[in-house]
Write a protein that binds this ligand. Structure first.
Ligand code: ADP
Ligand code: MG
Length: 376
């Protein structure tokens, strides 16, 4: 993991980095779009990670394996509207709490697919936050790192994301998922011993300024409308399921369906954590499929490629599957009985190729650990 990152740093800056830090991507088992609506999420970290190698310097220079050369950045000037903004955002947020170095050179090496719904952005911001604060001689705990990374992406870059991705990248524990209740901030570790199959749809989403921001505005409009009836309602995920009938009469159809997704998803996510604790992967699988249907019909964030992969997975013997991450592209997570894995992958590849004329990239992972220092 660190060898390529250190080699990249040496190649770029002709010296050895002071330190290296890695943080994981993630799949979200269940709880989609609930993290910015006061509901629960159930993510687990994956084995793909982003490594930031860094050294103190007099200026700010960032390099990524995604493109050649290092970019010199003025962190106080206007954002450049490219990937460097994620790092600049972290620098600014660290400066705001007095935990930034005076300058740094850093390189980013990653095995997390970018824009595939596996949270390459939070892997980057969390790793950068830990690396840069360490250069300044500060040790921030996991929650503080998640908050810096969240503010970098949300307040600086301007993606109206929730806190799920940064939280799991910071606080993940191997062989566990996290049940994160975003309203209270409560985090519970839930055992996740098995493997998960990840199938990339091959369609990339670009969140900045995209559909996610539009959905978020719809959620705000729905909440405002429902508060006229229930003034004490402070988040859509807090709406009792028994009130959905009345909500349907109060809202335009599209807004109602967004709300119905959030309310039913909240229940599914908590039930999924119960199923995992009981080791009942079949029950978890059924919840995944119900979640996928809800994304497709109510939240309208799925795509045909994902719908096909989910149907195919179930037909070939998977417990369940669903599009993970914000949607409009990205990857599908598939839960299969250990012995059925190969049959399921083969079946999905065949069905996908027949429909879309190409083979999807697929790989398996176990639940991995969160941000950590790496040896240089
Ligand atoms: P994802 O689902 O992968 O998090 P996002 O749209 O949220 O998708 O974030 C992707 C963006 O994060 C990229 O467009 C880029 O700006 C930044 N990013 C992520 N990983 C890297 C990397 N290794 N090098 C440079 N930029 C990266
Ligand atoms: Mg992201």
């Amino acid at each position: 993991m660190t060898a390529p990152a250190v080699a990249a740093f040496r190649g770029q800056f002709r010296r050895t980095p002071d330190l290296a830090v890695s943080a994981p991507g993630r799949v979200n088992l269940l709880g989609e779009h609930t993290d910015y609506n006061g509901g629960p999420v159930l993510p687990m970290a994956i084995s793909r990670r982003t490594t930031v190698a860094a050294a103190r310097a007099d200026d700010w220079r960032f390099a990524s394996g995604e493109e050649p050369g290092a970019i010199t950045v003025d962190v106080h000037a206007e954002l450049r509207r490219d990937w460097t903004d994620y790092v600049t955002g972290v620098v600014r947020e660290l400066q705001a709490i007095g935990a930034a170095p005076d300058g740094a050179h850093l390189t980013i090496s990653s095995t997390v697919p970018i824009g595939a719904g596996l949270s390459s952005s939070a892997a980057l911001t969390v790793a950068a936050a830990r690396a840069l604060s360490a250069l300044a001689g500060r040790r921030l705990d996991g929650r503080a790192l998640a908050e810096i990374a969240y503010r970098a992406e949300h307040d600086q870059v301007g993606v109206r994301c929730g806190r799920m991705d940064q939280t799991i990248a910071s606080l993940a524990r191997p062989r566990h998922a996290l049940l994160f209740e975003t309203a209270s901030g409560e985090i519970t570790e839930v055992p996740m011993p098995g493997r998960v199959l990840v199938v990339e749809t091959g369609r990339s989403h670009r969140l900045t300024g995209g559909e996610l921001n539009a959905r978020r505005s719809e959620c705000e409009a729905a909440l405002a409308a429902l508060r006229a009836r229930w003034p004490e309602l402070n988040a859509l995920c807090a709406l009792p399921a028994a009130s959905l009938g009345e909500a349907e009469r109060l809202l335009p159809d599209a807004l109602f369906r967004r709300v119905r997704h959030l309310v039913t998803e909240t229940a599914r996510t908590r039930r999924a954590a119960v199923a995992l604790r009981a080791g009942d992967l079949a029950a978890l699988g059924e919840l995944l499929v119900a979640g996928q249907r809800s994304l497709a019909t109510d939240f309208e964030s799925s795509i045909p490629e994902a719908d096909l992969i989910v149907d195919s997975a179930v037909r070939h013997g998977a417990y369940g599957a669903r599009l993970t991450g914000a949607g409009w592209g990205g990857a599908v997570l598939v839960l299969t009985p250990e012995a059925e894995g190969r049959v399921v992958i083969r079946g999905i590849r065949r069905d996908f190729a027949a429909a879309f004329g190409r083979r999807p990239v697929a790989w398996t992972t176990r639940a991995a650990g969160g941000v950590r220092r790496e040896r240089v």
